[in-house]
Every structure is written in C-alpha cells, then in structure tokens.
Design a protein around this ligand. Structure first.
Ligand code: XMP
Length: 516
C-alpha cells in the first residue's frame, strides 16, 4: 500500500482518496505508529499529511528520520513537508507572510513532482511557517510570496515535498501532482481498479466463509447492495439476503430491491412487508427521537426474526449460518479509530446493533473502500444506476420527513411529492451536483390557499436541497429557479392536500440536513 501518515489534519482522508483516484491502493496510519511498524507494511510509498501543529511547538508531532532512509519514496505535504525539511537539515522558520487560501505559486523547475506544470499555478495554502532553505541534496521546484521553497525534490533519495495542499479541489492541478508522485517519481502502476478490487475481495470472502451460509440485510442503500452483490459473486447461493420493508421508503424503492436488484444479481432474497407493523407501532408518535427509536428497534427485531428463520431452515439442511455481511466503509473504520482489529458495528439501525446471541461473525467486504470505489464496484457488478447512484437516505426513511404523526395517507402524499422532486431534478441533470434533497411534509401546519374557485387549507411541502462533501457540514443548493418552479407547480397540481411549496435556505450548521 501507499501509507498516508496522518498528522492530525482534516486532509489525511482526502489524500488517501486522491491516491485511490490515481488507482493506487492507500491506507491511513497515525503518525504515532512506529517506523518499524510502517515499514513492516511493506509500503510502496509514504505520504506525510498536513497537520495543525508547527514544527517548533513543544511536543509537535514528528517522525523518526529513519523513514527517509528506507529507500521508500516519500512525499511530504504542508506540515509533512516541513517535518521532512526540518529533519533533514533544511531551514524552517516563521514565514515572512502567512498564506491561507488561494495563492499563486511560481514554478521554477517543472520536472519530476511538477512535470507538466505551467509556469504558475493557483494553489491552496494554509501555513504560517515556511521552508526557507531546502536540505542538502534537494532541488527547490517552486516558490510563493510567503514560501521561499514551496516544493522540492531529491530524486536520488526519492524524497519529495510540497507546501500547498494538492489533495483539495481548490488546487486545480493537485491531482496531477499526486499522479506525478505516484506514477512518475515512485514508479507505481495504476492498477487499483474496480475489477481488481472485486477479484481480491472475492478471493478473501471465499477464504473466510468456506462452506458456510451467509446472511445479509438489505436497506435499499448503495453500501448493503454492493456488499451483498460482492459476497454473492464470491459464494453464490450460500448467501441469503433479507429485506425488511418498513413502509418508509420512497416511491419505487421497494421494487428496486425486490425486482431490479434480484434480477441484476440472481440473489436469494427474503422480503418481509412489515409496513403495517411499523405504522401501528408509530401511531400517535410525533417526537422525533421517539420515532427514530421505535423505527430502529422494530427494524432490528424484524430482521432478527427473519434471521432466525434463515438459520432454522439452513439447520434442517444440515448447514450453518455463520456470517453476517455488513456494508461498513473505510471512513467509518478510520473514524472509529479502527484500521485493523475489532469490527466496528454502526450504531445506525440498519443491521447494526443486532444482539450478540445471534452469534454471527461479520463479513465486511467494503471496509477498505471509499464511497466512490463502492459505486465503481457496484457498476462493475452490474447493479442498476438507481441503486449505485442513490443519494444518501436516512435509515428511518420518510418517517423523519413527516413532521407530525406518521399515517398511511401522509406517507402516500409525501412519497408522491418526493417522487416529483426527484424526477424534476433528474430531468434537469442535477442529481450528481447535489448531495441530496430531502422533501419534508409539515403535516400539522395548515395554510390558506386558493385552488380553482375554492379556498383550501393545505400542508406545506419543504424542499431541502443541499450540497456537501460528507454530510458533516452542508450548504443549501442554489437550484435554478425554473427547476424549483417546475417542482412547485407539479407538486401543488398533483398532490392533493398540498397548496404551498417552500425552500429551506439554511446551511448546516446551524440546521441539520434532515428536519427531524
Ligand atoms: P443530519 O440530519 O444529521 O444528516 O444533518 C446527516 C446525513 O445523515 C443522514 N441521516 C441518516 N442516515 N440513518 C442513516 O443511515 C439515520 O438515522 C440518519 N439520520 C440522518 C441524512 O440523510 C444526511 O445525509
């Protein structure tokens, strides 16, 4: 792997992703890991990330200089670049001018790391300390007003450094720099592709699962679908999928799972229509957290019951269900401090939180992957676009998008309005520009309208289109007025009981993406 050493910056994950985008496998490791442990992973290259610290602060994180002598190509970025320069005897000092944000870099030598670069580049900076003089053996490649040495290389020792952040989209030529480092400087082939990942995972799954039976819960989302398809590719009919329809999915999604997914994969599926059960359990409930809790618990109980049936049926045939598939992704693993070691069960209600006495061992074929890789694999495995490119949708579904009590009629109404919004957004080609667009029914609010010759009391529908990188923060999407207008006209015409459509123009924070 290419190791990305995390110095505590928010950018380390982004670097790991960019490496994957160059079709090279990457892994994140903490800077506290010993150099011996890093080298034991047999890295093909190492990237030192940026960090919040300055090399001069007491206790500033550093790295054993042996890392630069192991013959492994190393790229230092921002703080990592300064650590490299400092450790190897360069001069690092307070910058005459701190640079934060968009900065112009003057390229003095467009070779190696900066091969193919124009004479100047717009780059993203965040530093108050600068490399004043490169260590011996290094050529300086670029400078900026505040950074006398903004990029450097020593091709003999295969050591490279850059002050700016090539991993962010605000550095337009950043991916080129990362490509140069990996392919040109470190000589790594672009071989991490969807079909490679599938081959490797299929082999690993077969080895783990052996002759035993596997069970997988489908939620309608991308991750569980791709995880299931991958396991199916590996062990075929040893896999049984369970799909609990809680009645809170969007229009067409139940069919997508029950028909399109099954047709595309040939997977054995047990679908349970529990929608009436859920409605009964939710009767009279309006408090958001209680809704979530009821939906989550009911979901687990329903899945558990189905799982016990699958286990019993397998038992009759003398088989044993030993494994449970889960669609855990790499960011979840990293954020829970994992990496290797113990499985991290998502606290989302999807399939996580199953009682331990079911006694399954987890199979997590996506635990080294980022979302874009999961999508690429899904496509490669032949899953339909509607599943592969499904936007994020909360586990509790439309249940937390009806503000007020959940009833069948309200669900039907919201499902229709949501379908219209999705259709129009797709028609306008906006699906991949926005992160998601919750459509919310303010069921207990009644406002006056006039439709035909009549005065009406109807409930408003809220559109909540947002753009985001990771859902931690978000901004409201500036959708074109004519698209908003088309959605509004259709919803008020086609959804009886809705006489008003409003737009949510709040970022996150202070608001969350969902209303409940
Ligand atoms: P909020 O509303 O917290 O949402 O800004 C952040 C992202 O998470 C999604 N979301 C959920 N996803 N189970 C999920 O699987 C949940 O209970 C849940 N609640 C919110 C939400 O759609 C957004 O993408």
């Amino acid at each position: 792997p290419v190791l990305v050493v995390d110095f505590g910056a928010q950018y380390a994950q982004l670097i790991a992703r960019r490496v994957r985008e160059a079709h090279v496998y990457s892994e994140l490791v903490p800077h506290s890991m010993s150099v011996d442990d890093m080298l034991a992973k047999d890295p093909q290259a190492i990237i030192l990330s940026g960090g919040p610290a300055s090399v001069y602060v007491d206790g500033a994180p550093t790295i054993d200089a042996r890392i630069f002598e192991a013959g492994v190509p190393v790229l230092g970025i921002c703080y990592g670049f300064q650590v490299m320069a400092h450790e190897l005897g360069g001069r690092v000092d307070k910058a005459a001018l701190g640079e934060y944000g968009k900065t112009e870099a003057i390229i003095d030598d467009a070779h190696g790391l900066l091969e193919g670069s124009p004479a100047t580049q717009s780059v993203w900076m965040s530093h108050g300390v600068a490399v004043i003089e490169a260590p011996e053996g290094f050529q300086a490649l670029a400078h900026t007003e505040g950074a006398p040495v903004a990029a450097m290389q020593d091709p003999v020792r295969k050591l490279y450094g850059v002050q700016w952040h090539p991993e962010v989209t605000n550095t337009p030529l950043g991916q080129e720099l990362i490509d140069n480092f990996l392919h040109r400087c470190a000589g790594l082939p672009a071989s991490w592709t969807a079909s490679d990942i599938i081959d490797q995972q299929v082999e690993a799954i077969r080895k783990t699962v052996g002759p035993h039976q596997v069970i997988c819960g489908l939620s309608g989302g991308v991750d569980s679908a791709v995880a299931a398809a991958l396991v199916h590719r590996a062990v075929g009919d040893q896999l049984t999928c369970v799909f609990v329809d809680h009645g809170l999915l969007r229009k067409g999604e139940v069919e997508q799972v029950k028909h399109d997914f099954v047709q595309a994969t040939g997977i054995k599926l047990i679908a349970i229509d529990a929608s009436q059960d859920f409605l009964t359990a939710l009767k009279g409930v309006t408090e958001p957290e209680r809704k979530r809790k009821i939906i989550g618990e009911k979901f687990i109980r329903t899945f558990e019951k189905a799982a016990r049936q699958v286990v019993a049926q397998a038992g009759e045939k003398g088989e044993e269900v030993r494994f449970l598939v889960q669609g855990t992704l790499y960011p979840d693993v990293v954020e829970s401090g994992g990496g290797d070691g113990a499985a991290n069960i998502k606290s989302h209600h999807n399939v996580g939180g199953l009682p331990a006495d079911l006694g399954f061992t987890l199979v997590e074929p996506l635990r080294t992957l980022f979302k874009d890789e999961v999508r690429a694999i899904g496509t490669e495995l032949g899953l339909p676009d509607e599943i592969v490119w499904r936007q994020p949708f909360p586990g509790p579904g439309l249940g937390i998008r009806i503000i007020g009590e959940i009833t069948q009629a309200r669900l039907d109404l919201l499902r229709e309005a949501d379908a219209i919004a999705r259709e129009e957004l797709t028609k306008a080609g906006l699906d991949r520009d926005i992160w998601q667009c919750p459509v919310v029914l303010l069921a207990d609010v009644h406002s006056v309208g006039v439709q035909g010759d009549e005065r009406t009391y109807g409930s408003p529908i809220v559109l909540r289109p947002v753009s985001s990188e990771d859902a931690m923060t978000a901004d409201w999407s500036r959708l074109p007025y004519d698209v908003l207008s088309a959605i509004s006209t259709r919803i008020t015409n086609e959804c009886r009981g809705v006489n008003r459509v409003v737009l949510d123009v709040t970022s996150k924070p202070p608001a969350t993406i969902e209303w409940e």
